[in-house]
Write a protein that binds this ligand. Structure first.
Ligand SMILES: Cc1cc2nc3c(=O)[nH]c(=O)nc-3n(C[C@H](O)[C@H](O)[C@H](O)COP(=O)(O)O)c2cc1C
Length: 198
């Protein structure tokens, strides 16, 4: 058997990791930590290495104020209080970068640019995966996260991505969580309820 993450690592990434709704008052996230997170995210697999995620890390009060009008009521206070809110977005013209990202086959661009719908599906799929890598990467560097889809995507796109080539997917607060504000662990499906081995 190859290497395996130990119990501490599995707990940190998954088993004891929770969605956070509140943030330690003194918590800060450094730019170096955000770079460290991205340097992990970029290693995660995407189809043809297309890497469509585009990430805005909103850290300043001014940047978060621009997000405020798009947030749902339930996500407002915790997002404004979080040290960082990441907008995980995707570039619908990601294929323009394939000659750099996938140089061993320079026809790769043509696999995606023949249909806007196909390109967008690919960008959304892989951008979502990269968003998941980001959540795990943040946990891996010792931070906590709270992902959110409760916001007005069109309003975020208008405010942050006005050229229409990048679309928001979901938001992710990042910081050091306040354990007193997490919900009780929700039930999870067992293997037999949702998996089959054929
Ligand atoms: C893509 C995504 C969107 C989510 N949207 C919201 C949201 O808008 N507001 C919220 O409070 N929680 C949101 N959550 C958190 C989930 O409700 C939470 O992950 C789930 O209930 C499981 O809880 P746990 O992560 O603590 O195990 C979201 C999670 C994900 C992954």
């Amino acid at each position: 058997m190859g290497n395996m993450l130990d119990d501490q690592g599995l707990d940190l990434l998954f088993r004891k990791a929770r969605t956070h709704n509140g943030w330690a008052a003194d918590a800060q996230v450094s730019d170096a930590q955000l770079h460290a997170i991205y340097d992990i995210v970029k290693c995660g697999p995407t189809s043809a290495n297309c890497s469509p995620a585009r990430i805005l890390f909103l850290k300043t009060a001014a940047a978060k104020e621009r997000l405020r009008p798009a947030l749902s009521e339930g996500n407002l206070a915790k997002t404004m209080a979080a040290p960082v809110c990441a907008i995980i977005a995707y570039d619908i013209e990601f294929y323009e970068h394939l000659p750099m990202l996938f140089p061993h086959d320079l026809t790769a661009k043509t696999w995606f640019n023949w249909s806007a719908a196909h390109a967008e599906t690919t960008a959304f799929r892989n951008g979502t995966l990269q968003g998941a890598y980001l959540m795990l990467a943040a946990r891996a560097v010792g931070l906590d996260i709270g992902a959110m889809s409760g916001f007005d995507n069109a309003a975020v796109d208008k405010e942050f991505f006005p050229d229409g080539k990048v679309k928001s997917n979901f938001l992710c607060n990042i910081g050091r969580g306040d354990e007193s504000q997490i919900f009780a662990r929700h039930p999870k499906f067992s293997f037999d309820e949702v998996c089959k081995i054929l």
